[in-house]
Design a binder for this molecule. Sequence first.
Ligand SMILES: C[S@@+](CC[C@H](N)C(=O)[O-])C[C@H]1O[C@@H](n2cnc3c(N)ncnc32)[C@H](O)[C@@H]1O
Length: 312
Amino acid sequence: MTTEDTQYAHQPVMLEEVLDMWFSQSEGFYVDGTFGRGGHSRALLSRLGENGRLIGIDRDPQAIAAGQQLAASDSRFHMMAGRFDCLPQAVEQAGRPIDGLLLDLGVSSPQLDDAARGFSFLRDGPLDMRMDPTQGESVAEWLSYAAEKDIANVLYRYGEERKSRWIAKRICETRKEQPITRTLQLADLIESVLGRNEQGKHPATRSFQALRIHINGELDALDQVLEQSLETLAIGGRLAIISFHSLEDRIVKLFIRDHSGRAPKGRGGLPLGDELPQRLEPVGKVMRASKAELKVNVRSRSAVLRIAEKVA
Ligand SMILES: C[S@@+](CC[C@H](N)C(=O)[O-])C[C@H]1O[C@@H](n2cnc3c(N)ncnc32)[C@H](O)[C@@H]1O
């Protein structure tokens, strides 16, 4: 283990549930689209046979390094760098359809805990929030020029922040005096607009979530990979998705419903009266972390796991 691994560890969420409900073919081909520190991948490898294959994908340089280390010690595993919607390339490389795709969405504990990554409203650091800091612009860069109305829209859409307009206004007033470049500077600004008292929740929680989702194009990547999964999964292959907030979970829930022949007519982009081709079947009920897991892993509190199988 490297110093970074021990300093910023990540505890995989709902590990047993994922393996029990998602993994079935010991010689199968699996993709972990959100490798992180490989908690789910390592557990999967421990059940995978000699001819089984696993591809890990992540866009974060530290996660990629951890994956490459694993790949060097296990020939059944291969690490790919990039957004998880590079899924078709992964499948092309393997030359066979996938038996399972896992997405454990959002950020990892190492990303949140390392102040230098700029994700945390509790630790001071540069206001960045990019999962891949080599691509695109940081939150600080975006906030330096974005229109007040666009900032308010992002806070409202991705954070469900009711006072989004007030916060956006304060950001635009403040940046005339000084650039907003630090995480605590933004957290304090939001607190000065909303006040402190929010039933144990930091007032900046929703805004930080919104800015992170926006700057990383998270929901767009999710939409894309869900569509790709229909073409890349083998019949009988399973999709397992762990979401951490209602926006993500809603996208996953509607996607499964709209491809399982259960969409109300006129929904899911289909003309009224059209029959839906059934391509996915939900597996079991929506799952949440067990009481035992909640006690030892606070991150599992908001986790929601959905599994679906490709049936046609
Ligand atoms: C919750 S963590 C996954 C943790 C992992 N299951 C484990 O047990 O270590 C999410 C990971 O997915 C990555 N990620 C999130 N969205 C991504 C995307 N669109 N493309 C590629 N990686 C993404 C993040 O960089 C992060 O490392």
